[in-house]
Design a protein around this ligand. Structure first.
Ligand SMILES: NC(=O)C1=CN([C@@H]2O[C@H](COP(=O)(O)OP(=O)(O)OC[C@H]3O[C@@H](n4cnc5c(N)ncnc54)[C@H](O)[C@@H]3O)[C@@H](O)[C@H]2O)C=CC1
Ligand SMILES: O=C(O)[C@H]1O[C@H](OP(=O)(O)OP(=O)(O)OC[C@H]2O[C@@H](n3ccc(=O)[nH]c3=O)[C@H](O)[C@@H]2O)[C@H](O)[C@@H](O)[C@@H]1O
Length: 436
């Protein structure tokens, strides 16, 4: 099938390459010419495991090309809208300017029978508004909403073998077209839910709201555990054995970040308030507040370890391990790790941050921080080590080897991934979130 993908960021670039790998003829469109130039030569502008391989293979097959001109989308049977929907400046609602601009630019290029399939995460009601506009301007085309559930770090697998497919449609024809796009996943048994626009839009934000709630739930337990000397990781293991609860997404620590969970729960709250249903999701404000408190807790703990008051933090070397919002991604959007580093720097600490993939993005946002690529350089002479992103390399650090580099053996395990007994046995003051 001929497919276009409008917006080639973390979602769209993977979607475009994966669709081509599945055998479709794909054009990826983005207004960012630098991004397009890199994608066109098989050089992804961001880090995502497996993407370079499928990108190069798809480009080599001749089934994938990139362009910054929306006219190059003409002739496609399906146009996936994958542009950003960030938090609007000065508010909590989603900024839909990119969706509207991309949609408007596409309108003149829609072939008869084309399906415009929205993948971006949008406030409920957006699809209906766009469908009404389509009916006016290009009645020969159809709108569908096909939300995306991929996780960064697993984006390729999640695109090729998703847990489920959701189509918000008004006609069986649109659903049939999407079935042809996803034929291989459907044949492999991927469940598919065909529904109306509003349900499809809500499924996406409900899924992210649930995941965020699960994380904040365990972090709320961590707060209580800290007060009474209990261990939240054992608590999570114990409640997680109940299959109704499940152990996944119960990792307590510095909390959730990224380009989606935080902005999606805020946008959902803002939209519910607009609809007069603010009280139905008022708990999401608490989910957000618990999450942000965890970052402050790490900073507070760092202060306590370094001696108590603001003056004692000043000029002290702190090694921050990780700046991305999670491992296996270079994404620093709303990253708890970077937030902790920035807050400590603001208190006057000599923060040295390191990360395997995120330094370039972090530096672009926070040039005031000192970044080093080699973790040993960050650790050398540090009076406190804070692990805030659980990259595989940091999980396996040897407490004795690290102990030889630092000035003082004090560590905050902001992700509960180190073995406390091994670190304590090596003479470290080991501190974690939610562990007594
Ligand atoms: N990043 C992720 O893991 C996932 C993201 N989503 C949703 O997908 C959407 C995109 O997210 P990301 O890819 O992370 O954002 P991103 O910021 O990485 O990518 C968005 C891209 O859209 C481009 N763009 C903006 N206006 C355009 C226009 N008029 N025409 C063509 N391209 C345009 C930008 O230049 C940028 O490359 C958001 O709604 C997000 O919530 C959904 C599931 C997973
Ligand atoms: O809408 C989106 O963009 C995506 O948002 C999340 O995916 P992602 O942001 O890539 O990352 P997650 O793996 O969900 O992690 C989000 C944050 O939660 C944190 N987290 C996760 C799990 C956990 O137990 N504890 C915890 O603190 C992670 O460190 C990270 O900061 C969802 O998992 C995807 O299904 C969704 O498609």
């Amino acid at each position: 099938m001929r497919v276009s993908v409008i917006g080639c960021g973390y979602l769209g670039a993977v979607h475009a390459a994966a669709m081509a790998e599945l055998g479709h003829e794909v054009v990826g469109i983005d207004i960012d010419e630098r991004k397009i130039a890199r994608l066109a030569v098989g050089d992804p502008p961001f880090f995502e495991p497996g993407l370079p391989e499928i990108l190069r293979s798809a480009l080599g097959s001749g089934r994938l090309r990139f362009s910054s001109d929306p006219a190059d989308a003409a002739g496609a049977e399906v146009h996936f809208l994958a542009v950003g929907t960030p938090q609007a400046a000065g508010g909590h609602a989603a900024d839909l300017r990119f969706v509207d601009a991309a949609f408007d630019a596409l309108l003149p290029h829609l072939a008869p029978g084309a399906v415009v399939a929205g993948k971006s995460t949008v406030p409920v009601g957006t699809a209906e508004r766009l469908a009404d506009r389509l009916a006016e301007v290009a009645p020969h085309a159809t709108l569908a909403w096909n939300p995306e559930f991929l996780r960064e770090g697993f984006a390729v697998k999640d695109t090729v073998q998703p847990d489920r497919l959701v189509y918000g449609v008004r006609s069986p024809e649109a659903s049939d077209v999407l079935d042809r796009v996803y034929a291989s996943a459907i044949e492999a048994g991927t469940p598919r839910i065909v529904t109306d626009f509003a349900t499809a839009e809500l499924v996406k934000v409900a899924a992210n709201a649930f995941l965020a709630t699960k994380i904040s739930f365990i972090n709320a337990m961590a707060e209580i555990a800290e007060t009474v000397g209990a261990d939240v990781t054992q608590l999570a293991d114990a409640i997680g054995h109940d299959t109704r609860i499940g152990r996944r997404f119960l990792n307590a620590g510095v909390g959730f970040g990224g380009g989606c969970l935080p902005k999606d729960i805020r946008a959902f709250t803002a939209r519910a308030e607009e609809l007069g249903r603010g009280e139905s999701v008022a708990f999401l404000k608490e989910v957000d507040a618990i999450n942000l408190r965890r970052r402050h807790r790490v900073v507070e703990l760092a202060r306590e370890i370094l001696g108590g008051d603001r003056r004692t933090v000043f000029g002290r070397k702190v090694a921050v391990l990780g700046v991305t919002f999670k491992p296996d991604s270079d994404d620093v959007r709303d990253s708890p790790a970077l937030d902790v580093a920035v807050q400590l720097k603001g208190l006057g600490a000599d923060v040295v941050a390191t990360d395997p993939e995120g330094i370039e993005n972090a530096r672009a946002r926070h040039p005031q921080l000192h970044y080093v690529a080699d973790p040993r350089e960050a650790l050398r002479g540090a009076e406190l080590v804070i692990l805030v992103t659980e990259w595989a390399d940091y999980r396996v650090l040897d407490p004795n080897e690290v102990g030889d580099l630092v000035a003082s053996r004090a560590v905050i395990d902001g992700r509960n991934v180190l073995d406390p007994s091994a670190w304590r046995a090596a003479g470290w003051r080991y501190h974690a979130l939610g562990r007594g």
